[in-house]
Design a protein around this ligand. Structure first.
Ligand code: NAD
Length: 424
């Protein structure tokens, strides 16, 4: 039998990491050989060049991607990242993880992801609007409420989703709010979506601490990344009674063993743009933050920050992966062998975001809107069920928790592909 070799198109450390995770999970559940490659590799990718008129009259051409990993179980779903280090391989890995995540928590979606190579902080608001609209314009034939539904990720936000929705709607000739999620509430966004990912992380952290018999009031928390996910996780955990002792962003972090005032830190970042010089504590580097002694460590920024170098030095009891792919495969092995750290894997830990995006899409399709309490209660119900199924899989097969979550997600996607046939 000839073996498919996917082109070097996606080749990168992070794509290889996602493929290795897939291979391990496929081996663990004896996934049939003839279904493996088509479950593992993305269905398609779109690369676009994006000319943008700058404020000084010049034109810069940016490069963007959209990878649709799977369309077998519904439209594909996943965020759009604006970051200077975006690569096609990174977008493909993130799209794969979206497939396993949606499948694990039972959403009728395949995975996708998008990205543009740009530092959004270097663009004016007008330039950012032009770039966002141009990206959506280039994708018009490939996205839609029944085809592929983008959302915010690193470097994008509600305003960018509003511009993208408007561009798509103008093209269609009617408003089409269901084409993206994470929109402002005034344009069909869902109550609870802004805080959904962080709220979900905090909810799961609370549940796992209960299992570990650690009272939340005694828990200390360090969080890397203070954007949408990191700040909302901090806010929710501090509301639950935990002490947030460190937070950071791309410029570095702030540490206070007595606890930081998260509302003040968020207000400071709103005004200053970064945590730097926030007066609530001492300056700390991102590397130092990861190695702090704490009950809960939450990477909430980018991939591959917990490596074989720092994994032996972690001093947390619970590692809650709010970011996608924050732990390399080598580091994951070290953590498992150490045996003193519980891990909530990314595909479960940060799934609150896509779950409430799903609610937003449902509300858009029905033009019938829910209250915040209803959204968050439904979110907790889905997270609790997913946690239970992961714990059952872990116990039943004596898997690590990441393997348990991945095998559940991957098996369902593979089964859907098997039952449909070769095309989807
Ligand atoms: P964001 O752009 O709102 O925030 C990112 C944060 O990370 C910022 O504080 C930024 O300064 C910081 N950061 C960037 N580079 C860094 C570095 N090298 N070191 C330390 N900090 C750095 O993005 P976000 O939406 O909060 O996403 C964060 C993570 O969560 C990503 O991995 C994303 O894929 C994942 N995620 C996001 C959502 C969502 O709903 N937004 C859902 C699921 C998963």
């Amino acid at each position: 039998m000839s073996k498919a070799v996917i082109s070097s198109l996606y080749d990168s450390d992070v794509f290889r990491m996602a493929c290795r995770q897939f291979d391990q999970a496929a081996d663990a559940i004896n996934l049939a050989e003839d279904i493996r490659d088509r479950t593992k590799y993305p269905r398609r990718c779109i690369a676009v060049s994006l000319p943008v008129r700058r404020d000084d009259g010049s034109v810069t051409v940016f490069e963007g991607y959209r990878v649709q990993h799977s369309l077998s179980t519904g439209p594909s779903k996943g965020g759009i990242r604006f970051h200077e280090n975006v690569t096609l391989g990174e977008v493909a890995a993130l799209a794969m993880w979206m497939s396993w995540k949606c499948s694990l928590v039972g959403l009728p979606y395949g995975g996708a992801k998008g990205g543009v190579i740009v530092n959004p902080r270097e663009l004016s608001p007008t330039e950012l609007e032009h770039l966002s609209r141009r990206y959506m314009q280039e994708l018009i034939g490939f996205v839609g409420p029944q085809l592929d539904i983008p959302a915010p990720d690193v470097g994008t936000n509600e305003q960018i989703m509003a511009w993208m929705m408007d561009t798509y709607s103008n093209h269609m000739g009617h408003i089409s709010p269901g084409v993206v999620t994470g929109k402002p509430i005034s344009l069909g966004g869902s109550q609870g979506r802004r805080e959904a990912t962080g709220f979900g992380v905090a909810h799961l952290v609370g549940k796992y601490l209960e299992d570990m018999r650690i009272p939340i009031a005694k828990a200390t928390v360090a969080i890397q990344g203070f954007g949408n996910v990191g700040s909302e996780t901090a806010l929710a955990l501090s509301a639950m009674g935990a002490r947030i002792i460190a937070v950071s962003d791309y410029m570095g972090g702030v540490h206070n063993a007595k606890g930081l005032n998260i509302k003040k830190a968020m207000a400071y970042v709103q005004y200053a743009g970064v945590l730097k010089d926030f007066e609530g504590g001492e300056a700390i580097s991102n590397e130092q933050l990861l190695e702090l002694e704490c009950t809960v460590l939450v990477p909430a920024a980018l991939e591959r920050v917990i490596t074989e170098k720092n994994a032996p030095k972690l001093r947390c009891r619970l590692l809650a992966e709010a970011a996608n792919g924050p732990t390399t495969n080598a580091a994951n092995k070290i953590i498992e062998n150490r045996g003193d750290i519980e891990l909530i894997p990314d595909v479960l830990c940060n799934s609150g975001g896509v779950i409430v995006s799903y609610f937003e899409w449902l509300q858009n399709l029905q033009s019938f809107y829910w209250g915040r309490d209803e959204v968050l209660e439904k979110l907790k119900g889905i997270l609790d069920k997913a946690k239970e199924s992961v714990e059952y899989q872990k116990r039943k097969f004596k898997f690590g928790r990441r393997l348990a979550a991945l095998t559940l997600g991957i098996a369902r996607v593979a089964e859907a592909k098997q039952k449909r046939g070769l095309f989807p």
